[in-house]
Design a binder for this molecule. Structure first.
Ligand code: GUN
Ligand code: ZN
Length: 432
C-alpha cells in the first residue's frame, strides 16, 4: 500500500445546490489534507486532524497557495476537431461542411489519429480535465487511437465511433451494418477496460438513416451499461432539417426517443431550443444534457436555458464542445456559462458553476460513485489550482473576502495557467 497526502485548501461538492441549498452543497477546508492510498481517496479533512494519524513515513506534499479540487469533467467534446478550433465565420451546418468534415477525413489514418489523440489529452490535462465524453470520427481507428492513448495515462474516458450513413461526404460515411459491427468490436475491446467506457455515437439525427438509428438502439439493448452520445436541438436550421427528414416524428427529441436512444446513460449535447415536453421526457428517462456555452456563443446557436432544464430536473453537465467550443478550459467554460445566464437576467452562483464542472458532470455521466468529489474510495483525480497563476489573479484574490468571491474570481480569470498540477488515479499527469 502506498499513501501520499496533499496539504492545501480543499473544495468539493457533496450535493447539487438546487437540492440542499448553496451553503450545504460544498465542503471547504482552509488548511486541508487530501489523503490518497493506491490511487484512491482515503480521506479529506482538516490537516490538524489528519496529519497525526497518517501512516508512518507518508510523504506530505504542501501547496500553501493553492486550492485542490476534483478534476474537471467535460461532458461533450470532439477530439478530432482539436486542429480546427477557432475557425471563422459560420453557423452550425456550414461550419460542419466547410471545416469539420474535411478535417475529420484525415482520421482514416491511424498515425494521424494517434498524433491528435496525444495532443488532445495533453491539452485536457493542462486544463485540469480528467474525464471527458468524447466524439471520435466515423473511422474505427480514430477511437482505437484515442483509447490507446487514454489507457496509457490511466484516465477515465468515454468515447465512441461516429455513426453517420447519410448527408455527409463519401469519405466520411459508414453503413448501418458496418457502423454496427465496428461499434460492437470497439465495445468488446474497450468498454470496461481500465477506466474506459464506450458511447454509441450517432453524430446527429440528420446524418443517420432510420436503419442506422434502429441499430444504435439495438446496441444499447445488447450492452446495458454503455452510453449514448449525440447532438440535439442546437441550431434553428438544424431543427427544421430534422423535422423535414423525420416528418412522422413530433420533434427532434422524439426522433431519438422513437429509436430507443433515451436513458440514464444518454447524453445530448446542446439542447438550446427545447420545448417543455422535451424537457419532461429527458427528465422522465434520466437522460442528460451537456451545456456548451462557448460553442453556443461561437456558432451563434443561442442561449441555453438552464433554469428550464432545472425546473424539469434534467441532469445537466458542462461541455466545452471543442472544436466549436473556443477553449479546453472548464474554468473558461464556466465563465461563459455565467454570461449566458446574465444575458437571460439570471445568475450562476459560483458554487453551482463549480458543481456543474465537477459532481454535476459526474452525475450526468452516472459516474458519481467514482469521480467528481472527494468521497472516500473515489478515483484520486484532482487538480491543484494556483492562486498566483497570474499577477492579476493574485491581486484580485487578495481583495476577496469570502470563499464565494475567491471561487468566482478563479472561474472568471482562470484558464490553463491556473492549473498547476493534474493527477489521475493519484499519479501526476500534468505539471505546469
Ligand atoms: N452537430 C452535428 N455534428 C456536430 C459537431 O461536430 N459539432 C457541433 N457543435 N454540433 C454538431
Ligand atoms: Zn459537439
Amino acid at each position: 500500500m502506498t499513501t501520499q497526502a496533499y496539504r492545501a485548501a480543499l473544495l468539493h461538492c457533496v450535493a447539487d445546490p438546487n437540492d440542499v441549498g448553496i451553503e450545504a452543497a460544498c465542503e471547504f477546508v482552509e488548511d486541508g489534507l487530501l489523503v490518497v492510498t493506491d490511487g484512491r481517496i482515503d480521506a479529506m479533512g482538516n490537516a490538524a486532524t489528519l496529519l497525526p494519524v497518517l501512516p508512518e513515513g507518508t510523504e506530505v506534499i504542501e501547496h500553501p497557495d493553492a486550492l485542490i479540487t476534483p478534476g474537471f469533467i467535460d461532458t461533450h467534446i470532439h477530439y478530432p476537431q482539436t486542429g480546427i478550433i477557432a475557425s471563422y465565420g459560420e453557423q452550425l451546418l456550414d461550419w460542419l461542411n466547410n471545416y469539420t468534415f474535411p478535417a475529420e477525413g484525415a482520421f482514416a489514418d491511424s498515425a494521424k489519429a494517434a498524433e491528435v489523440a496525444d495532443i488532445f489529452l495533453k491539452e485536457l490535462l493542462r486544463n485540469g480535465t480528467t474525464t471527458a465524453l468524447v466524439f471520435g470520427t466515423v473511422h474505427k481507428q480514430s477511437v482505437e487511437a484515442f483509447f490507446e492513448a487514454a489507457e496509457k495515462l490511466n484516465l477515465r474516458m468515454i468515447a465512441g465511433k461516429v455513426l453517420m450513413d447519410r448527408n455527409a461526404p463519401d469519405f466520411l460515411v459508414d453503413t448501418p451494418e458496418s457502423g454496427y459491427a465496428d461499434s460492437k468490436e470497439l465495445i468488446e475491446r474497450w468498454h470496461g477496460k481500465g477506466r474506459l467506457h464506450y458511447a454509441v455515437t450517432p453524430r446527429f439525427a440528420p446524418t443517420s438513416t432510420p436503419e442506422q438509428l434502429t441499430l444504435a438502439g439495438q446496441l444499447l439493448g445488447e450492452y446495458p451499461d454503455i452510453y449514448l452520445h449525440t447532438h440535439l436541438s442546437e441550431n434553428i436550421k438544424e431543427i427544421e432539417w430534422v423535422k423535414s427528414l423525420f416528418p412522422e416524428r413530433s420533434g427532434y427529441l422524439d426522433v431519438y426517443d422513437h429509436y430507443q436512444l433515451l436513458g440514464k446513460r444518454s447524453v445530448f449535447a446542446h439542447g438550446v431550443h427545447l420545448c417543455d415536453e422535451e424537457c419532461a421526457r429527458l427528465s422522465e428517462t434520466g437522460s442528460a444534457v451537456a451545456f456548451c456555452p462557448t460553442s453556443n456563443l461561437f456558432l451563434g446557436s443561442g442561449l441555453f436555458k438552464l433554469p428550464q432544464l432545472e425546473q424539469y430536473k434534467v441532469n445537466v453537465g458542462l461541455g466545452t464542445d471543442v472544436g466549436a467550443g473556443t477553449s479546453f478550459s472548464m474554468l473558461q467554460t464556466v465563465n461563459e456559462a455565467y454570461k449566458v445566464m446574465q444575458l437571460q437576467g439570471k445568475k450562476l452562483h459560483p458554487f453551482k458553476a463549480f458543481y456543474l464542472a465537477t459532481l454535476g458532470g459526474a452525475r450526468a455521466l452516472r459516474l458519481e460513485d467514482r469521480i467528481g468529489s472527494f468521497a472516500q474510495g473515489n478515483d484520486a483525480d484532482f487538480v491543484v489550482l494556483d492562486y498566483h497563476a497570474t499577477p492579476l489573479l493574485s491581486y484580485r484574490l487578495k481583495q476577496a473576502k469570502s470563499l464565494e468571491e475567491k471561487l468566482f474570481a478563479l472561474m472568471m480569470l482562470g484558464d490553463d495557467r491556473t492549473v498547476k498540477e493534474t493527477y489521475a488515479m493519484g499519479v501526476k499527469v500534468h505539471q505546469r
